[in-house]
Design a binder for this molecule. Structure first.
Ligand SMILES: Nc1ncnc2c1ncn2[C@@H]1O[C@H](COP(=O)(O)OP(=O)(O)OP(=O)(O)O)[C@@H](O)[C@H]1O
Ligand SMILES: Nc1nc2c(ncn2[C@@H]2O[C@H](COP(=O)(O)O)[C@@H](O)[C@H]2O)c(=O)[nH]1
Length: 220
């Protein structure tokens, strides 16, 4: 068995969370990561927010009404859920659990409330990254320049940015998203290191025993 095969069969997946104030660049970094990395897929949240132009139901979000969202909460269908900017958002549990159990990683674009809930329930599987903007002026430029939200929505998100950013100490890693390519590289490095954590490589004891000639009958 090669080293790569060992990891493919013997590693439990991890949950890589990106949080930031709205507009700092989570979605942009996430898309680049998914294009460049294998073995990781996006958790598609459910939300009661209306779709933005270009957003696709089932791909960007599962767009649901408030009644349906509450029924999903009551049925225990969410791994975490929160109210953010007057809308509800939640992470469907089943696809995440199936992906992790299959040894693949899951990428989350969720806020600090959701990250706290994941940390309470599954700390060992969690790797959390907080993305900071280089300045408030640049954050405003990005939110307005995105051209997807009204001036009122941009103002609401700017007003909440300070509160969001106060949660940075709760995260494992901090990336200041000035240059996009640098930030993507930094998040990829975090993922690479997290995948190599000794605790995540469940097959290591047997593998090292084989290397040491202590367990010649265990396959490989
Ligand atoms: N490093 C960067 N330099 C310049 N522009 C950037 C950078 N990163 C992202 N952007 C731009 O900023 C805007 C906001 O980015 P994005 O939508 O990824 O933010 P977000 O954190 O996902 O926001 P939200 O939480 O509202 O979904 C986009 O137009 C994106 O192209
Ligand atoms: N706790 C959760 N937060 C989520 C989830 N999905 C998205 N989000 C966060 O909401 C805001 C706004 O997102 P937007 O797409 O409306 O701009 C942002 O901070 C996201 O990270 C979720 O499932 N749970």
């Amino acid at each position: 068995m090669s080293g790569n095969e060992l990891r493919a069969v013997a590693r439990r997946g991890l949950m890589l969370v990106l949080s930031s104030p709205s507009g700092a660049g989570k979605t942009t970094i996430s898309r680049a990561l998914l294009e460049r990395e294998t073995g990781i897929s996006m958790s598609v949240s459910a939300t009661t927010r209306s779709p933005r132009p270009g957003e696709i139901d089932g791909k960007d979000y599962h767009f649901v009404d408030v009644d349906r969202f509450h029924r999903m909460v009551e049925a225990g269908e969410f791994l975490e859920h929160a109210r953010v900017f007057s809308n509800y958002y939640g992470t469907p549990r089943a696809p995440v659990e199936a992906t992790l159990a299959g040894g693949k990683d899951v990428l989350f674009d969720i806020d600090w409330q959701g990250t706290q809930q994941l940390a309470q329930n599954a700390r060992a599987d969690l790797v959390s990254v907080f993305i900071l903007p280089p300045s408030l002026e640049e954050l405003h430029r990005r939110l307005s320049g995105r051209g997807l939200d009204s001036a009122d929505v941009v103002a609401e998100r700017m007003a909440k940015a300070g509160d969001e950013m106060s949660h940075w100490p709760e995260y494992d890693y901090i990336v200041v998203n000035s240059d996009l390519e640098t930030s993507i590289g930094e998040v990829r490095s975090i993922l690479a290191a997290a995948r190599l954590k000794r605790e995540r490589q469940a097959g290591l004891p047997a593998f090292v025993n084989r290397l040491r000639g202590l367990d010649r009958d265990s396959g490989g």
